[in-house]
Design a protein around this ligand. Structure first.
Ligand code: CP
Length: 297
C-alpha cells in the first residue's frame, strides 16, 4: 500500500517494501509537476508546532492545496462543544483531509472514525508521530541505503511519540535500536516492552547514530540527567534530534553552539518538507480520495 494514500496515523504495520517504495518516490519528487488546485486540507493543531505545521503548510501550498487553519482557542470547543461534534460539523464543509496534532493519545484515529475523512497524524499524545519517523528514517537512508544503521535513543524516550514511531520503522528496516539507560525503572520497562537493548551512557559512542529526544515537560517529565555532550559522541557518531532542541536540557550549550559536522538536525528539518509533500501527493492522487472529491475538482 502506498504510504499516505488513505491518511497516516501510525508507522506500525507498514511493510519494508512500502517504506522503500516511498523513499524511492521521494528521490524522484523533484521531477514531479503536480497540482491539486481544488483540494482543501485542514490543519488542526491542538499543541504548538513549528516544523510539522509549517512544513505541511508549505508542502501543500507548493501543490496548490488550500488550507483551513483551525486554532483551538477560536473554536466553539471553548463554549463547551464536544470534539466529536466539532469534527462532525467540520466534515460537513467537505474538506479533503485533516492534519491533526493533539495531546491525547488516539485522537487522530478517533477523528478519522467520526468524520470518515483521511487523517494525517501530526502527533498524538505520547503515542506516535509518523511523519517525523519517516523523515528521520529517510535522512539515514539517503546517507546510505545499504547500511544497517545502529541507533541509540538518548533522553526522554518514555514519553516520546517520536521514539515510538521511529522504533516501529527502524525495526521494520532491520536497523538495531537501543536506549541509553538513565537508571529509571520506567525506561527499563519501556525497553522491555519494545524489546530493545539498554546501553550505558558511556557506550553511546559505539552507535552509528545517537538520537537525542526533548524532555517532555508538558507530559510530566523532569530533567534528571545531564544533557548530551561532546564526550557522549565518537568522532563519527551521527547526531539526530527531532526539534525543537532545548539548549542546556537535551543537548549541552556547547554542543548546540558548535557547528558539529556530523549533526543531521538541519537535514531532518529539510527532509520534513519532502516527506510531507509526498504524503500529500499520495493522499490526493489516490482514487478513493478523488472519489471523495466527487471527481469535480
Ligand atoms: N519535531 C516536531 O514535531 O517539531 P514541531 O513540534 O516544531 O512540529
Amino acid at each position: 500500500m502506498t504510504i499516505g494514500s488513505s491518511g497516516l496515523i501510525s508507522t506500525q504495520n507498514i511493510s519494508k517494501h512500502d517504506i522503500l517504495f516511498f523513499f524511492n518516490q521521494i528521490s524522484k519528487q523533484g521531477s514531479q509537476k503536480l497540482t491539486f488546485q481544488n483540494a482543501v486540507g485542514v490543519l488542526a493543531f491542538f499543541e504548538p508546532s513549528t516544523r510539522t505545521r509549517v512544513s505541511f503548510e508549505a508542502a501543500g501550498l507548493s501543490l496548490g492545496i488550500r488550507w483551513i487553519h483551525l486554532s483551538p482557542e477560536q473554536l466553539s470547543l471553548k463554549k463547551g462543544e464536544t470534539l466529536k461534534d466539532t469534527f462532525q460539523t467540520l466534515a460537513l464543509y467537505q474538506p479533503d483531509f485533516l492534519v491533526i496534532r493533539h495531546g491525547i493519545t488516539g485522537v487522530p484515529h478517533q477523528i478519522q472514525e467520526w468524520t470518515k475523512l483521511p487523517v494525517i497524524s501530526a502527533g498524538d499524545g505520547i503515542n506516535e508521530h509518523p511523519t517525523q519517523a519517516l523523515l528521520d528514517a529517510f535522512t539515514l537512508y539517503e546517507r546510505s541505503a545499504s547500511k544497517k544503521w545502529r541507533i541509540s535513543f538518548f533522553g526522554d524516550v518514555v514519553r516520546s511519540r517520536v521514539a515510538r514511531s521511529n522504533i516501529h520503522l527502524f525495526k521494520t528496516l532491520g536497523w538495531p535500536v537501543s536506549i541509553c539507560d538513565d537508571g529509571s525503572a520506567e525506561t527499563k520497562v519501556f525497553a522491555e516492552a519494545f524489546d530493545l537493548k539498554l546501553i550505558a551512557r558511556k557506550n553511546l559512542k559505539t552507535s552509528d547514530v545517537v538520537y537525542a529526544l526533548r524532555v517532555q515537560k508538558e507530559r510530566g517529565s523532569v530533567v534528571d540527567q545531564a544533557p548530551l555532550n561532546f564526550s557522549d559522541l565518537g568522532t563519527k557518531t551521527l547526531l539526530m534530534h527531532p526539534g525543537p532542541v532545548i539548549h542546556g536540557e537535551d543537548l549541552s550549550h556547547e554542543l548546540c553552539d558548535f557547528d558539529l559536522p556530523q549533526s543531521l538536525i538541519h537535514r531532518q528539518v529539510a527532509n520534513g518538507l519532502k516527506i510531507r509533500r509526498q504524503i500529500l501527493i499520495n493522499l490526493l492522487s489516490d482514487s478513493t480520495s478523488k472519489k471523495h472529491r466527487g471527481g469535480s475538482r
